[in-house]
Design a binder for this molecule. Structure first.
Ligand SMILES: Cc1ncc(COP(=O)(O)O)c(C=O)c1O
Length: 388
């Protein structure tokens, strides 16, 4: 056998293990100090009652001969696809049912979609970046180019006609920066993709945090996007499904042969998401479900606003904190990302994530998240104020 040696080209990520090690060292030396974790990238609120009830009902159905279900359709049950189809109508986006594919989350689909593309495609990803976009392409031996996200462009890089790319990753609202593209900016990317016959892989995992009208929830709100974009979305951050696992991917029929190819790929390599989970996901899109998940999202957003307002008060440059659970700040006094990490840990017992871990443009920046508790977030900002 010959193994895939592209794996040798992956960079090892020590980001979260190093954070863990440093925090453990600190707590063993300072057992009486209370650490506040504002680096959490996972939701902390439980599933909402409407989702739980729907899943309980589905569990009961599975125990009865007449309502038991075995294998479901690989691309998802129609009841869930219809719920998603209706959800997109809120954004004036019309989708056909066969353009919607249910999955076990956005991460799998973001990796799996690469089955549809030739190895010779050039890939463009923003830096800093959600590492999955880079690593999945390195594993396939593809060339990856980076577009620079920085303070000047508000961490929202725009297309550059001197850079030719075939596959373009966009994540808005963005992880790790929390920055979100407005309608005009996304229209520029769509135009660039159409002009260059490129495909946009649009990650909308945080769309439910959007509150500003000029920030699109879906790339299909932009004219022409159905001819160049695939959209990935997830119930992970929308409805607390990080452990329950359900997402969806939109592959428009107008997108060359990709819709049929993706159907073929999924029916060949995937056997669908559990019925019980899909019933829970369907409940997210009901009136009650939407009301309940919004309560959780608003809880996180309130935390984000507290952090953002405090940073403003302290004169610390940042993006995000609005339309997103993430806050991306410039480390004060020219500190480097890890220097600031140590400083915060030692002086305020706050744990965040060094921006340098997300790419070279992340150096000198730092990510805080709003997934902690309200009480801890309040205490953390009080500690930040005292530092000044
Ligand atoms: C930008 C982005 N896309 C996708 C995912 C993965 O989502 P899922 O849990 O649906 O696999 C995450 C998770 O943190 C994310 O930050």
């Amino acid at each position: 056998m010959k193994r895939n040696t592209n794996y040798d080209n992956l960079e090892q990520s020590y980001l979260f293990s190093t954070i863990g090690k440093k925090v453990n060292e600190y707590t063993s030396k300072n057992p009486d100090k209370k650490i506040i974790r504002l680096g959490i990238g996972d939701v902390t609120k439980p599933l909402c009652p409407t989702v739980i009830n729907a899943m309980h009902k589905a569990v009961n159905e599975m125990s009865v001969q007449e309502t038991f279900r075995g294998y479901g359709p690989e691309q998802g049950y129609d009841f869930l696809r219809t719920a998603i189809q209706n959800y997109y109508k809120n954004f004036s986006v019309n989708l056909e049912l066969d353009e919607i594919f249910i999955s076990d989350g956005a991460k799998s689909d973001l990796g799996n979609i690469l089955d549809l593309f030739d190895k010779d495609n050039t890939v463009l990803v923003p830096d800093p970046v959600y590492p999955v976009y880079v690593d999945t392409n390195i594993m396939a031996g593809r060339k990856v180019l980076f577009s620079n996200a920085n303070e000047e462009n508000g961490f929202l890089p725009m297309p550059n006609n001197n850079t030719k790319a075939d596959l373009i990753y966009l994540c808005s609202p963005n992880n790790p920066t929390g920055a979100a593209y407005d309608r005009k900016q996304l229209a520029e990317w769509v135009k660039y993709a159409l002009d260059n016959k490129a495909a946009i892989l649009f990650d909308a995992a945080y769309e439910s945090f959007i509150e500003d009208d000029n920030i699109p929830h879906s790339i299909y709100e932009i004219d022409g996007a159905k001819d160049c974009a695939i959209e990935f979305c997830s119930l992970s951050k929308t409805a607390g499904f990080t452990g329950t696992r359900c997402g969806y991917t939109i592959v428009p029929s107008s997108l060359n042969k990709l819709n049929k190819m993706w159907l073929r790929r999924q029916t060949t390599k995937f056997n669908g998401v559990p019925y019980i989970v899909q019933r829970g996901a369907e409940a997210v899109f009901t009136h009650e479900g939407q009301k309940e998940i919004k309560e959780n999202i608003n809880y996180y957003k309130k935390n984000a606003k507290i952090i953002s307002d405090t940073l403003k008060e302290l004169g610390i440059w940042h993006v995000g904190g609005k339309n997103s659970p993430y806050i991306w700040l410039k480390c004060p006094n020219g500190m480097k990302s890890w220097e600031f990490f140590d400083y915060l840990l030692n002086n305020a017992q706050i744990v965040g994530t060094p921006g340098a871990g997300f790419g070279k443009n992340g150096e000198g920046f730092f990510r805080l998240t709003s997934f902690g508790s309200y009480e801890n977030t309040l205490e953390a900002v009080e500690r930040l104020k005292k530092l000044k």
